[in-house]
Ligand binder design. Structure first.
Ligand SMILES: Nc1ncnc2c1ncn2[C@@H]1O[C@H](COP(=O)(O)OP(=O)(O)OP(=O)(O)O)[C@@H](O)[C@H]1O
Length: 378
């Protein structure tokens, strides 16, 4: 048994949160037919809760008893994970709540987190995700504070405006299409080729694409870090303070019409798009892509290799790593998507907190390879 469960507690006690409405609406049947037989065979014990309304997962996480569950399993999409993280933030002991690992099982439309944890081949594989529930190890992940109109929330995955927000939030009525709705939204975006005006201020930590790939290689070849969090995380009951909300010393500002800004953690945002190929779970930085206006033909060509991160090397796309940034729309209407959820289209401040939350992972890093090198000059 100890060889089969190296460094891992045997027979975990789990809280299983199922969103019956996520993605194509098959979460309950996936649980009963695929997940439950495996966790029963592994002799895990568990309590099952079905989310009954939007915000229910947040409430569950905000009231979760500490020291009872070894993990929360979310049979859902990324929206439910967003709620669980924000529920932990509202817990009376948030720093301890954040130490409860979350293990997602893909039952939504995008399932970017599962793709990042399990890789492209197994990202939709319910058995592989369930194995991670049973045997995965804690992996600290960075979170971003999002401060908007004085209200603070947390993002674990992505923030986007412009085309990439329109193709997500503007296609919500097409959830039945699964991840194909994102492709439909992109094709619609090619036709309209709409640009947006923003003021974007960034505390840049890295901007050299070749050096960022080298840093990724170093990370992938290092031993994964499953160490418990530093003592200061568990010693305090307070959320980490915002360091840069009023300090813009040394920030860089961009202004002008752009196609989109997409920022976040984790290489895949969907099966068809490796948006942040050099993202690392807990480097304390958010990856930011700012895409300037390009022709319809170039937009069309950008689909080629998008699932392998080909856009990373595109000259028209600025790729930055930052510890904080601020985005201010310079126009009235638009969509702001944070972890796939709709937020008011207003100014916000974003700031990274290193390794604040915890996911379960078999490998201790994103199970994603970025193999494309820079284009050879012609
Ligand atoms: N019983 C319910 N009725 C209505 N909405 C619900 C219910 N339970 C959960 N929700 C809401 O469903 C939303 C979507 O959930 P989820 O993220 O699980 O799937 P998804 O959005 O299809 O997947 P993805 O985020 O990967 O696109 C969440 O914002 C959640 O608040």
């Amino acid at each position: 048994m100890s060889a089969a469960y190296p460094g891992v507690k045997i027979q975990r006690h789990l809280l299983i949160v199922i969103n019956p409405n996520g993605g194509p609406g098959k979460a309950i049947s996936l649980f009963e037919h695929k997940v439950e037989p495996i966790i029963k065979a592994a002799r895990c014990t568990y309590k099952v809760v079905h989310t009954e309304y939007s915000g229910h997962a947040l409430k569950i996480a905000s009231e979760i008893p500490l020291n009872e569950y070894d993990a929360i399993v979310a049979i859902s999409g990324d929206g439910t994970l967003h709620e669980l993280i924000n529920g932990f933030a509202q817990h009376k002991e948030p720093m301890k709540a954040f130490l409860i690992p979350i293990a997602p099982i893909p039952a939504g439309s995008g399932n970017g987190t599962c793709l990042n944890l399990l890789g492209l081949k197994e990202g939709q594989d319910i058995a592989a995700a369930t194995l991670n529930v049973i045997k995965g190890q804690s992996m600290p992940i960075d979170l971003l504070s999002i401060l908007q109109s004085g209200k603070r929330s947390f993002s674990f995955m992505s923030q986007c405006v412009g085309l990439m927000a329109d193709l997500d939030l503007g296609t919500e009525h097409l959830r039945w299409m699964g991840s194909y709705r994102f492709m439909y939204g992109f094709l619609r975006g090619i036709l309209t080729r709409k640009t947006y005006r923003f003021k974007i201020s960034v505390k840049i930590e890295a901007a050299d694409k070749v050096a960022m790939v080298e840093a990724l290689r170093k990370h992938t070849s290092s031993v994964p870090n499953h160490k418990p969090p530093p003592a200061e995380q568990t010693a305090t009951t307070l959320l980490p303070p915002l360091q840069y909300a009023n300090d813009y010393d040394g920030w860089t500002t961009f202004e002008g019409p752009i196609l989109f800004l997409y920022s976040g953690k984790g290489p895949y945002v969907s099966r068809d798009l490796m948006q942040f190929p050099v993202s690392v779970p807990n480097d304390g930085m958010v990856d930011i892509v700012i895409q300037g206006s390009i022709s319809r033909a170039a937009m069309w060509r950008s689909l080629d290799g998008a699932e392998k991160g080909a856009a990373y090397w595109r000259d028209s796309a600025l790729y930055l790593k930052a510890s904080a940034y601020r985005l201010e729309p310079l126009q009235e209407d638009g969509n702001l998507s944070i972890d796939g959820e709709r937020f008011p289209f207003r100014e916000y401040h974003a700031e990274v907190h290193r390794g604040l939350a915890t996911l379960l992972s078999m490998s201790g890093r994103y199970a994603v390879d970025f193999t494309l090198g820079p284009p050879i000059p012609s």
